[in-house]
Design a binder for this molecule. Structure first.
Ligand code: BF8
Ligand code: SF4
Length: 630
């Protein structure tokens, strides 16, 4: 045993409380206070039984009023709300993916964006039947950009990415009528179906929810992940650090927040420029520290080792340190609260996307065509703001953990190749991992994903679940804010192997990995879909037979519902710690927790008790092992 010590949720909460004291001095608001004003929540909303899609309503279903004015029953209303929720998430992930495809079109050998992983581009081009022989890599990139963009609106056929799934899964999708067509079409179709006077049949609404989810995970998100790798490099294991202690008091602190690596990559690039560092020194700082919040942080951590300042519910804390010169955001999961909050400090809140415009921010519009120039303007703005700091407000909690991140599918395959006693597989398959699982050295795997949500003690569910899973020899792959919770706690430090059961500990030692593997941002859950597909093909099993489950214990966003739908539709049982506003309909609840199994061999479990949630996952994994006789 080394001297490894986890950071506890109690310690993180104490640090937050200390920051809230700083906030109190300057009259800052915070989510901890706003939650109090918003609870208890509206029961109709919580159960999903309120409909306001036409102006005859809003209609709320009660025992006394079992139908809306148009005659829609509670199942139709709850199902429509669920499908709309999904469409919001699928649109959001997929539009992010579209931006990346667009950036790929701007790649040039002497431009801001380059092709950093040409081999991956060629591999995808071959998958898509595009001629690669003797091609200039940038010509190929531009053709692939056009083809990828046409995936969003093509008139015929289904998503090109579906072919990556095992044949059995593709057949299930076909037979259930849920193969996603053009990416945008599934969002439009969902919004059409949920218009007044269209679908109110639960089965139809849930089928489209799965299909729309699949258009995200096996469409837009997959475009985002794959072409981000082509542009910025496919992640490999890399060391970094996590939690607020990564901010450096003597330096200009720039925090990147949001999701699109097109912006954060450029900010990192520019901040590394010796000219910029010299400028920061001229302004009285010792240097420049870039750190991140939310998924854009995961993107640059995975590829550059940029430290992670925190996850979703820690975004205000970054400003409360009083040491943040600029919080630079692109799209998604950004609290509008950052506007007024930054006004209480010297912090510049810089919005950059026409998609996410907010009051009380400095708007510096960023686009792929003007990337370098805008990134320079942003970094300079931050540097020049250093002198405006109020030293008496500066307090950065001395709290951070080491983390090894960067586990793309490619990296996992490469790393685990040499683990089992069977001969080392040189072809780069997941067979060694399959061997670990079938022999029982590892009992199974859990994909831990998703957000924080004040309804659950922040980070507590992520961390406690992971601790119990690894102690039971279940390896965890994580993404999004779940991954950051793990990193902050120390679970991505290789030394965390000491918390594992004997089997997983041995694997961690042999492969030199942490027990919780960081697979990236939320669009990168598409990586997890590719990984399970490979595991299924290499083991000769169906995905639903693998001892693998998904879990989002603290989820909050529409994107998370879209993800849940494609994870379930891919054949992976998914466990949620927060109810997706469907408890008002027995029929919708029944479909999601059981009925969909007939179509895709997996379903949801909703369990708000965290201890029970983890036990149910372990039970499900063991059931799958028993069914396989392993
Ligand atoms: O896409 S996990 S809070 S940051 S939605 Fe948002 Fe949720 Fe975090 Fe990334 Ni994902
Ligand atoms: Fe009410 Fe029907 Fe209109 Fe919904 S669609 S608001 S249930 S009348």
């Amino acid at each position: 045993m080394g001297n490894f010590k986890m950071t506890t949720v109690e310690e993180m909460e104490a640090a937050t409380n200390r920051l809230l004291e700083t906030g109190a001095k300057v009259g800052a608001d915070a989510w901890q206070f706003r939650v109090k004003n918003q609870t208890p929540h509206c029961k109709f909303g919580e159960q999903g039984v309120c409909c306001r899609i036409c102006s005859m309503g809003p209609c709320r279903i009660t025992p006394k009023a079992p139908r809306g004015i148009c005659g829609c029953d509670v199942h139709g209303i709850v199902g429509r709300n669920y499908l709309k929720f999904t469409a919001g998430g699928a649109a959001t992930h997929s539009d992010h993916g579209r931006e990346i495809c667009n950036t790929l079109g701007h790649a040039a050998p002497d431009g801001a964006y380059k092709v950093k992983d040409p081999a991956k581009l060629i591999r995808i081009a071959k998958e898509w039947g595009v001629e690669t022989e003797g091609r200039d890599i940038y010509d190929l990139a531009h053709e692939m950009s056009e083809l990828a963009l046409s995936e969003y609106g093509k008139n015929h056929g289904v998503s090109r990415w579906l072919k990556r799934a095992p044949q059995h899964t593709q057949d299930l999708w076909h037979n259930a009528g849920i193969e996603p067509r053009a990416i945008d079409r599934e969002v439009s179709c969902a919004l059409h179906m949920t218009h007044m006077g269209c679908s109110s049949k639960p089965e139809a609404l849930i089928r489209q929810s799965l299909r729309n989810g699949l258009s995200d995970g096996w469409g837009g998100s997959m475009c985002g992940t794959e072409f981000s790798d082509v542009l910025f490099g496919t992640p490999k294991p890399i060391d970094t650090e996590a939690n607020l202690g990564v901010m450096v008091a003597e330096n200009v602190n720039i925090v990147v927040h949001g999701h699109d690596p097109s912006l954060s990559e450029m900010i990192c690039e520019v901040a590394d420029d010796p000219e910029m560092i010299a400028y920061a020194k001229e302004m009285g700082a010792k240097g420049i520290t870039i750190s991140g919040v939310c998924c854009t942080s995961n993107e640059v951590a995975m590829r550059r080792g940029i430290p992670m300042a925190g996850n979703f519910l820690q975004q205000e804390n970054v400003v409360l340190t009083g040491a943040c010169e600029a919080i630079v955001v692109d799209v998604q999961c950004i609290f509008p609260a950052l506007g007024p909050l930054s006004k209480c400090f010297h912090t510049k809140f810089i919005t950059t996307s026409p998609i996410a415009q907010m009051p009380d921010s400095d708007y510096i519009e960023f686009s792929a065509g003007t990337a370098l120039e805008k990134a320079k303007e942003i970094v300079k703005t931050a540097i020049e703001n250093f002198k405006n700091r109020k030293p008496d407000l500066v307090y950065i909690p001395d709290m951070k953990q080491k983390a090894t991140v960067g586990y793309s599918v490619e990296a996992i395959v490469k790393t685990l190749d040499g683990v089992t006693n069977s001969q080392v597989d040189k072809t780069g398959t997941t067979k060694p991992l399959v061997d670990c699982i079938t022999s029982g050295v590892i009992r199974g795997a859990v994909a831990m994903v998703g957000c924080n949500n004040p309804k659950i003690r922040p980070d507590y569910a992520h961390i406690e679940l992971m601790k119990k899973l690894i102690a039971n020899d279940i390896i965890v792959v994580a993404s999004g804010c779940s991954a950051q919770a793990a990193a902050k706690a120390g679970l991505m430090d290789k030394a965390a192997k000491d918390l594992c059961g004997a089997g997983l500990k041995r694997v961690c030692e042999l492969a030199d990995i942490p027990p919780v593997l960081h697979m990236g941002s939320c669009v990168d859950i598409s990586r997890m879909m590719v990984l399970v597909s490979e595991l299924a093909k290499d083991s000769g099993l169906n995905i639903s037979q693998l001892p693998v489950v998904g879990c989002a214990p603290e989820w909050m966003s529409e994107k998370a519902v879209s993800i849940g739908n494609y994870v379930v539709a891919t054949g992976i049982d998914t466990f949620l710690g927060v109810d997706p506003y469907v408890s008002g309909s027995t029929e919708i609840t029944e479909l999601l927790t059981s009925g969909v199994k007939d179509w895709v061999e997996a379903s949801y479990t909703v369990e708000k008790d965290i201890d029970k949630l983890v036990d149910k996952m372990i039970e499900r994994i063991e059931e799958k092992r028993t069914a396989l006789g392993i």
